[in-house]
Design a protein around this ligand. Sequence first.
Ligand code: NOJ
Ligand code: CA
Length: 704
Amino acid sequence: MFRSLSLVLILFASRSLFAQVVSSPDGNLSLTFAVSEGVPSYQLSYKQKQVITPSKLGIETADVPSFLSGFTISNRAQLSVNDTWSPVMGEQKVIRNQYNELLVTLTQKEQKDRYIRIRFRVFNDGLGFRYEFPQQDQLKYFVIKEERTEFNLAGDHKIFWIPGDYDTNEYPYTTSRVSEIPGLMAKATVQISAQQPIKNPSVQTPVMMKSPDGLYINIHEAALINYPAMALNVDGAALKMSAHLCPDPVGNKGYLQTDTHSPWRTIVVSDKATDILASKLILNLNEPTAYKDVSWIKPVKYVGVWWEYFVSGKSTWAYSDVTNVKLTDDFSKFKPNGRHGATNEHVRKYIDFAAENGFDAVLVEGWNIGWEDWFGNWKEEVFDFVTPYPDFDVKALNAYAKSKGVKIIMHHETSASATNYERRLNAAFQFMNDNGYNAVKTGYVGQVIPRGEHHDSQWMVNHYIHVAKTAADYKIMVNSHEAVRPTGLHRTYPNWIAQESARGTEFEAMGGLAPEHGTILPFTRLMGGPMDYTPGIFQTDLSYYGTGSTQRVNTTLVKQLAYYVTMYSPLQMAADMPENYNRFKDALQFIKEVAVDWDDTYVLEAEPGDYITIARKAKGKDEWFVGGITDENARVANLTFDYLPKGKKYAATLYADGKDAGWNTRPQSYTIKTITVTSETKLKQALAPGGGLAISIKEEVKKK
Ligand code: NOJ
Ligand code: CA
């Protein structure tokens, strides 16, 4: 696997300065690691342009002496790796993992030769580095007070950001200059359930930037395990960023025992925005899958008893309007409120719809007791995950679904009581096995229990992984909502199939998402992993439901189709209600056909905040799908088809915005036509304001 072991040592200026340069395999990126006056630092450049100016490295500890200064280099090793691997599910069948690595050992003479290591991996599309803490007599346990990693910027970049927060990522994005962040923080910090905004100016990762000289820079982390999540402090005047770890209830940040290491800090960089979306750096820095058998992990396209709870005014999660319920209560004695959504009859309709239209599964929320006062009381035992409401027959419904070739997706809202969930986890998963469920949507709405922990703290980070691993013991796939944002762990734990951890479609019913939102998410939140964005809303004007709501989903109908391609996830919901899909059966056809697992991906055009056009080849099939989206501005997408095999004709069915379409005018105006394309075809296609474009491509049926 390791091709060469070479040492590129360029400079020993004096005793107090050591510096070493490592380049990416293509030579475009150049990392310089230095130790000056005992303090380690790094800088990064891309094609001679500075990406990160000299930035300190180190960790401040609460108990033992810190890992900040007094270092000398006692060893360094360099190697090159160039291999490939295949994800269980993904955007492409084969992923290249090619980098040059530098591993430095840093010794603190004054701490009895205590040492740590820093491992740098320089890929063609960016840098990853992490701290490593080998086991040694001088270092066994330590408590992290703060990680002091700096990310000093070379300019006042344009930045797409959400406020730093210990508990949520469900903020709308703000676009500004880095220097403007402190001044915009109050406005950007909109109200969200259980939020805990960081007091000093800071941003969540993944954060996306564009430098004045045209570099696209994304900062995040990879393989977040047994460590708190990292936000970034922002010094707007000095254009400096630095790590800000999520604390625990007593104010510490992490508890580590050697041998161990930090997650990878990642900087993806290119002069082309399309390269950022195509980057597999974060996945490459995660470990191969931990599971021997992955045959049970499958892509899922699903519908659900869900969106109606947000918009219809007719149905809800709770069975009754009683308050102050307990899990020991006899819910069959409560007076039904007549609006319970998860009833036998209603769920059967969704199962029928799923079966008729080829969906794999139906998510059912509100099936279990406890929804009467699930939120806001910070109570520990809200749900037991095994007791259905009296009008939801678990066995009969699963048998019915099975008879139609459809699965029911389990829902475990924990109301962020992780303690209660962990206590009940095995019983809950056993219950799923006994009743034929193979996937669960988990949720962490509200303030975390154990009280004082945060959604992003080390304890909770370990909780989510514990849930994913335990689920694997039961061959269950997990889609977590409100968990810490992903860091590529779906490579290692591929049954952790998708996550929310961002502002998703539900917010279209709670104030709306900006038309540009979908053009930013792939550059930010989705850098870490697949998102359960829940696209597919056809009835975008919500006044339709007569609830008095004047809200609208801020896209055209066609843009909702395009999301299935631009927003990668092997788990995709068709979130609207069957009755709405039945009104637009020709448009539904695209959702029915679109793949969710891919052999290959071609990012054709992209600019964060403005537009994205992506083509993908379906896994194991000669079918291609194209999605194009724009922000609030109309635009013309430039489509090429050179990814198609040469010399063959294909039938491309185009779902396009109507001439009069727009997210706030006639969102449901669209056209569908089929044309012939070859690998040579070039096409210009108009997208409406807030609009999109979706294409499905198949081999042309030969006429006799
Ligand atoms: C928030 C989730 O994002 C949403 O999908 C779910 O319906 C509610 N929590 C209730 O669990
Ligand atoms: Ca949510």
